[in-house]
Write a new protein. Structure first.
Length: 256
């Protein structure tokens, strides 16, 4: 028990200062603790962090800006190494998306070495490569009447949606597909595809709660904070015990 008045004043001021300092810390612990207790309900494990500053803090490269081609009201998008039909993943890509077109309700997307065909609902029909006769070095893709026209390293060639016969068309001058900026809502929708497994919001909240978001120093800071909270509890009890107790009316009458 603390009896010396000077020591009591010092302990009381220290107790108050530390308590004020740790209000923010306590709020962070409470909020992040509640969030972690309801991870499934809040979907923290499924929600990926796309903020570039947070990704850089974790040493992760922010996702590239998606590249898209608008075709007949739909978008064929390169999201990282994935081809998306609107926001739906269709197939893995090898190389850069260079064009997209639609013929007879069959949607086509081309990289430098592969032609991908999919349905109007985004289901992959076929991947066509050099083994099927596709000339390499594809640079552009367009639809012309009922055929696909590709600008390749070997010149202009045309094919149908069967992609079995490749016909040189040196005099062709189709309207080549051009990439465009995605609508904002679609860019957000394909963000998780680009991030892959990425950085989940659950991990960030857990790291904030444990202090690991600041590295080893953060863990030690949380440990120190826990010890100081224990100090607050002990000094609070001692200060309460040191307070003079009010005399009861009966006691005052006895002394009088």
């Amino acid at each position: 028990m603390i009896r010396d008045p000077t020591t009591q004043r010092f302990a009381r001021r220290t107790h108050r200062a530390i308590g004020l300092l740790f209000i923010v810390f306590a709020l962070i612990l409470v909020v992040t603790g509640i969030m972690l207790n309801h991870t499934g309900r809040l979907g923290l494990g499924r929600r990926l962090v796309t903020n570039r500053h947070v990704l850089r803090w974790y040493g992760l490269a922010p996702p590239d800006v998606p590249l898209g081609y608008e075709v007949n009201g739909h978008w064929l998008i390169q999201a990282g190494d994935t081809l998306c039909f609107d926001a739906q993943p269709v197939a893995q890509l090898s190389g850069r998306l260079v064009g997209a077109a639609v013929v007879d309700e069959v949607y086509a997307a081309a990289t430098e070495e592969v032609l991908l065909l999919c349905t109007s609902t985004g289901e992959l029909i076929e991947k066509v490569g050099r083994e099927s006769g596709l000339p390499g070095g594809v640079r552009r893709l367009a639809a012309e009447r009922s055929r696909l026209v590709l600008d390749t390293a070997a010149g202009l060639v045309a094919t149908t949606t069967d992609a079995t016969v490749w016909t040189p068309v040196p005099g062709s001058d189709p309207a080549w597909s051009r990439p465009a900026a995605l609508p904002a809502d679609l860019a957000v929708a394909v963000g998780p595809v680009m991030a892959g497994d990425g950085l989940s919001l659950e991990r960030v909240v857990r790291d904030i709660h444990s202090g690991r978001i600041l590295g080893p120093a953060g863990v030690w800071a949380v440990d120190l904070a826990g010890m100081l909270i224990l100090f607050l509890a002990v000094t609070g009890l001692l200060l309460q015990a040191a307070r003079p107790r009010a005399q009861t009316p009966a006691a005052r009458t006895h002394f009088d």
